[in-house]
Ligand binder design. Sequence first.
Ligand code: CP3
Length: 336
Amino acid sequence: MSDLKKILLNKISCKSVWFMRQAGRYLPEFREIRSKNNNFIKLCLNSELSSEITLQPIKRFDLDSAIIFSDILMVPYALGQNITFTKNDGPKLSTLNIGSVFKIKKNEFSNKLNPVYKAIEITKKKLKENKSLICFIGGPWTLLIYMLGLKNNDNKLDLEKFNEYKSQINRILSELTEYLCIHIKNQINAGADVVQIFDSWAGLVPEKNLENFCYIPNKHIVEFCKREKIANICFPKGIKKNYEEFNIFVNPDGINLDSELDPLWAKEKLKNVVIQGGLDPTILLKSNEEITRAATKYIQTFKDIPYVFNLGHGLLPETDPDKLDMLIKFYRNFNE
Ligand code: CP3
């Protein structure tokens, strides 16, 4: 059993580190490949290149896990939505046809994502046995935000659109969840060890809808994983103190903290779960002293419980790779 999987399933305490978005734009070797591949979705569908990008941070740094280079938007792509990335506005998706989108056959959906599974197979073969391979999906609500365009340019919920779709949201989330479970299963069958569920926009769910739009869909996915014995990590970013209720309701194997949460609060309130992450990615833009001071707070707080070292959100494109290397070495050499 790979280490991260062992930590999650057996709730054991041992050093383990990886970073969200560890394969990405802050690495010159990624930017090199990206500059020759203009279409981001096509790049994600290039199994050889995806595998190579996945392994870039593993070659450079002393990390315990690789996360497959792909995107949460590959699922809307496989459901037939057209996706483009513009330089400064992030992803743009074509209008969703709610009437036909969930009629797509499950095997057709899987076939469209086959290059992702192939990338996992290739990567698994190249990865040392003591390293874990992480796959991921977007949380149903977070995908719905993109699929229906429910977010304003200032990253707030577009209330007018939200109200327009409100009565259909439960149904859409539950249909989407079925496809997401297939995508998880296919990735695990291809060789992934662990799945992370990125509900990055959970913080945009109106509080009175949290149970229906965030907890219940995540719980369905976690229960699917448990039936299939798939080690899982949830990331309901931005829901503040509701992390406690989320953890009790959903009961995942692991939970990723965002940077807003106080680690001491999290240690006290989040029980029967492996805690991961929390360190603010903007810290890596500061001095070595500031970085190690902030990291120490997390490492010290969680020293006697199972904890996976990571961030509270993805690495920023402006991160200096040498600072990340310094942080990883600091973590490795840290003795309480
Ligand atoms: O190293 C890894 O973590 C694996 C790769 C990975 C990517 N996207 C590659 C990527 C992962 C895990 C994701 C998840 C993802 N994608 C999330 C959830 C995590 C989060 O950041 O909240 C979300 C919301 C997306 C959707 C998405 N993809 C956006 C909003 C964007 C554009 C803006 C941005 O943040 O970069 C992407 C593009 C994307 N996905 C890039 C990468 C490396 C940048 C593409 C480029 O080179 O322009």
